[in-house]
Design a protein around this ligand. Structure first.
Ligand code: ZN
Length: 291
């Protein structure tokens, strides 16, 4: 952990210091070596928060984008009587969990159910193949197209999502952000590692991924807009899916081998071109209606 209590003050690890764990109040000692980042460790090997993973430079760098009194906030799970330490909990009640190691499905689900208003930040450089596979999908280099453009140039519909993201995260009930930059030492000839990729919880038929800059993510989570913005997007996705489904039901009737495009049951003279035009106009009107 980054902080321990000394005389009730949250204190960073320094050589020879002793303190108390902010979560379980048991004694912790400062570990200030050269191999790992300076941190606090429990004196005995008793399990404190069983969700805690050893911190890396990547965790620490990310956490330092937020005020220190939002770091390592311990919260009691009333159902189990256990305490858990959130990496970041903002004043707006949003929990940000930075995950480097593999996580199993059960733990991921329990953490989502416990924190509820949360977002995962996943280190996308843990396995060597993760980034190349993502890149291949993003650039549609597989035999099937994966990333489809939408009206919003930063948002994509993603098909065959398991071809480009690690399977552990695909059915998450909260947004999952992939950070492919790691510690910044990896080759980035494509210039794409600096962008974050947000996989939304899936609503309807399609997975959706948004590109977001680090700065925009940090700002939106710090000022509290994040949760509303995510909800707005999810509502839009639902509406888009509904409209498309309605249209599909009414659209295509086949006579011999000719396709007749219709709009709300009425055949269109312009055929497919007119149909696309109307579809895109109806997406635009959804977006306008919301603001
Ligand atoms: Zn503890």
């Amino acid at each position: 952990m980054h902080f321990a209590l000394i005389n009730n003050n949250r204190t960073e690890a320094q050589p020879l210091l002793k303190g108390l764990c902010t979560c379980c109040s048991k004694p912790v000692i400062a570990k200030c070596g050269t191999r790992k980042i300076w941190h606090w460790a429990h004196k005995s090997k008793t399990a404190c928060d069983n969700w805690w993973e050893p911190e890396t430079e990547w965790h620490r760098t990310w956490k330092n984008n937020y005020p220190a009194d939002w770091h390592e906030i311990s919260l009691l799970d009333e159902r189990t009587g256990k305490k858990h330490v959130a990496d970041i909990r903002t004043v707006h009640g949003l929990v940000i969990e930075f995950q480097h190691s593999h996580i199993d499905l059960q733990e991921r689900t329990s953490r989502e159910q416990f924190y509820k208003k949360m977002v995962w930040m996943v280190n996308g450089t843990r396995l060597k193949r993760d980034y190349p596979r993502f890149l291949k999908g993003k650039k549609n280099c597989f035999e099937n197209p994966i990333f489809y453009n939408t009206e919003n140039p930063k948002i994509f519909r993603v098909d065959l999502i398991d071809w480009c993201f690690p399977s552990a995260w695909l059915e998450s009930s909260v947004p999952v952000i992939f950070d492919f930059r790691g510690d910044g030492s990896k080759d980035d000839s494509e210039g794409m590692r600096n962008t974050l990729y947000c996989l939304f919880p899936q609503v309807g038929r399609y997975a959706r991924v948004a590109e977001i800059s680090r700065k925009a993510f940090i700002n939106a989570t710090t000022n509290g807009e994040w949760t509303f913005r995510v909800q707005e997007f999810i509502n839009d996705f639902r509406k888009e899916d509904e409209i498309e489904q309605n249209i599909q039901q009414q659209t295509i009737s086949c006579t011999s081998n000719k396709v007749i495009y219709t709009w709300r049951g009425i055949p269109l003279f312009g055929g497919y071109k007119e149909y696309r035009k109307r579809l895109s106009a109806s997406y635009k009107s959804i977006r306008k209606g919301k603001r």
